[in-house]
Design a binder for this molecule. Structure first.
Ligand code: MG
Length: 194
C-alpha cells in the first residue's frame, strides 16, 4: 500500500507497453478506497493524436492542465474525477475504465473511452460515445467488454438517480494540501512487468 503524499505513476497499459502515464500524489490508499490527486502541472507521457490505442505510438512529454482528485473503489470498473476551476467545484467525471491493478510504480488500467459527466445540479450526460463506438470498431474494446462498460455505466446512473455516494459525499469540499509538491514520475515508470 502507498502512503499519503507518495508520488506514483497512474498508467494506461496497451499491448504490454505504457500507452499513457500521469504522475499523481496519493491522498490515501486503503483496502476499500483509493484517492489520488493529479495537480495542474503534473508531468504526463501521452502519445499525440487520437485517444484510442493503436499498434504504434511514441510518448510525448506534457503536463496535466487542471486540478483533479481521482477516487476509486478497488475492483470497480470506473473512477470518479472531481475537478475545480478557480476553487469552484465543477462536477463529477465518471471515467469508465478497467479496474485498477497495482504496479511497482503505482496503478495500471486501460481507459474504456465512455465517460459520464455529472454536474453539481445533478444533470448529467454521456461523453465520448463516438470514441467508445470507434474503439469497438477498431477491436480495442471487444463486444463483451463493451457490454460490461454499458452495464457499469447503468449502475452508476442508478447512483446518480438516487443521489447516493460517490455523489454529494463530501469530497467535493476537499482541497489538496498546498504544501504538497507537484509529483514527478517515479524512476522506472516505463517498465511494465508481465
Ligand atoms: Mg475516459
Amino acid at each position: 500500500m502507498w502512503s499519503s503524499g507518495d508520488a506514483v505513476a497512474l498508467r494506461e497499459i496497451w499491448k504490454g507497453r505504457v500507452w499513457k502515464a500521469r504522475a499523481c500524489t496519493v491522498v490515501h490508499d486503503r483496502a476499500d478506497h483509493l484517492a489520488l490527486v493529479v495537480p495542474r502541472g503534473a508531468p504526463t507521457k501521452i502519445p499525440p493524436g487520437s485517444g484510442i490505442p493503436r499498434d504504434r505510438w511514441e510518448l510525448e512529454d506534457g503536463v496535466f492542465t487542471v486540478d483533479a482528485l481521482r477516487l476509486t473503489r478497488p475492483g470497480e470498473a470506473h473512477s470518479i474525477l472531481l475537478f475545480w476551476d478557480a476553487d469552484v467545484f465543477q462536477g463529477w467525471y465518471v471515467n469508465l475504465e478497467q479496474p485498477l491493478r497495482r504496479s511497482a510504480v503505482g496503478f495500471d488500467y486501460l481507459d474504456q473511452e465512455l465517460d459520464l459527466y455529472v454536474r453539481p445540479d445533478r444533470t448529467w450526460e454521456y461523453l465520448d460515445e463516438d470514441e467508445f463506438e470507434e474503439a469497438q470498431r477498431l477491436g480495442v474494446i471487444g463486444a463483451e467488454a463493451a457490454a460490461a462498460v454499458r452495464a457499469e455505466a447503468a449502475r452508476v446512473l442508478g447512483l446518480i438517480e438516487r443521489w447516493e455516494p460517490p455523489f454529494c459525499d463530501g469530497w467535493e469540499h476537499w482541497r489538496p494540501d498546498p504544501a504538497w509538491p507537484i509529483p514527478t514520475l517515479p524512476p522506472e515508470w516505463e517498465i511494465v512487468s508481465t
